[in-house]
Ligand binder design. Structure first.
Ligand SMILES: *Cc1c(COP(=O)(O)O)cnc(C)c1O
Length: 346
């Protein structure tokens, strides 16, 4: 298998989509004002406001870890805590950045159902302690689509938001795969965010066809106070900002973001369907976004790796994660499925 063959380890193995690439090329003409004062950045922010049908505040960061950490830091004080799922990226994959950038706000993990928080699990942890010795719960963060490829329905987000209102908590959404959630549900971005009570969204671009970059959208604009300073201090203010913002114009202006997310989701459905009757293989989670989580035998996983396939196995013994991308080729999905069938039969 060639070194640059399409893989399923992560959706960030893919390259840059033509729309983002083209917009960067257009942004590369002549000179522009620096530090986000340029016309591309203004256009990108306007596209977000149009897409989300609201006058939100928009910021850009280099990656998801920074976007999540700085957003969470802006929602709480150092003595507060942030409720998240035990599988949340902020907990397991950000090297303590949310705690670091918030100067110590503690993450409180709680049980989930298929990767999703519930009003009950939030209430349980938020009400566990009310004394001065425990970091005061202030934020709930949920991931849409979740780390295990499931998707919160609008009514589930509304129910969580209602719980947040009762308990005095802000609601943050890690939307590294927000596009895939919109594509799966056929909902508008507004329905899955501010209309359902989300205060701040980190909208992922990298995993859906951009080179680099996440957008941070504050629907509750009071919470965005001084956020530009926070970004600058954290080394997240790009001086040539147009190269972070132009690709967003490229993928938002003609709905490429949604087309690509639909395509990635479709490829995940295809993979799941092609292996559903393979003896010994079962789905660990329902396939809703662009990921397929399979329970397989350990020798089969080793054999698949030996054949050159790359995928993650962090989900426990015999668990394998396969992510589809904006550019995943169906032929490659069929090849993978055929190999899964063969190694399981061996
Ligand atoms: C990829 C991802 C991020 C962002 O990760 P970075 O590597 O920091 O860009 C955030 N949340 C989730 C759920 C992700 O999968």
């Amino acid at each position: 298998m060639p070194d640059n063959a399409q893989q399923f380890a992560s959706d960030n193995y893919s390259g840059i989509c033509p729309e983002a690439w083209q917009a960067m090329a257009e942004a590369n003409q002549g000179h522009q004002r620096a530090y986000g004062d340029d016309e591309w950045t203004a256009r990108a922010a306007d596209h977000f406001r149009r897409l989300f049908e609201t006058d939100c505040d928009v910021f850009f960061a280099f990656n998801g870890t920074a976007a999540n950490s700085l957003a969470l830091a802006s929602l709480c004080q150092s003595y507060h805590s942030v409720i998240c799922s035990e599988t949340a990226h902020v907990e397991t994959d950000e090297c303590g950045a949310p705690e670091f950038f918030s100067n110590g706000s503690k993450l409180l993990t709680t049980r989930t159902e298929q990767g999703k928080l519930t009003p009950a699990s939030i209430r349980e942890i938020a009400l566990k302690r009310k004394d001065i010795h425990f970091p005061k719960p202030r934020v709930v963060t949920l991931t849409q689509a979740t780390e295990v490829g499931t998707v919160y329905r609008p009514e589930e987000i509304q129910a969580i938001s209602q719980t947040c209102d009762e308990l005095g908590l802000n609601l943050h959404m890690d939307g590294a795969r927000f596009s895939n959630a919109c594509a799966f549900l056929g909902c508008t971005p507004a329905e899955l965010t501010w209309k359902a009570g989300v205060d701040v969204l980190c909208f992922g671009g990298t995993k859906n066809g951009m080179a680099v970059g996440e957008a941070i959208l504050f629907f509750n604009r009071d919470l965005a106070e001084d956020f530009d300073y926070r970004c600058k201090q954290a080394g997240q203010l790009a001086s040539k900002m147009r190269y972070l913002s132009a690709p967003w114009v490229g993928i938002l202006q003609d709905d490429a973001w949604l087309r690509y997310a639909n395509h990635a989701n479709h490829c995940a459905q295809l993979l799941a369907k092609l292996v559903e009757d393979v003896p010994g293989v079962s789905l660990m989670f329902p396939v809703e976004a662009n990921g397929v989580f399979l329970q397989m035998s350990e020798p089969a996983i080793a054999a698949l790796t030996a054949r050159g396939w790359r995928f993650y196995t962090f989900i426990g013994a015999g668990g394998a994660r396969f992510m589809c991308s904006w550019d995943t080729e169906e032929a490659r999905v069929r090849q993978l499925a055929a190999d899964i069938r063969e190694v399981m039969a061996a």
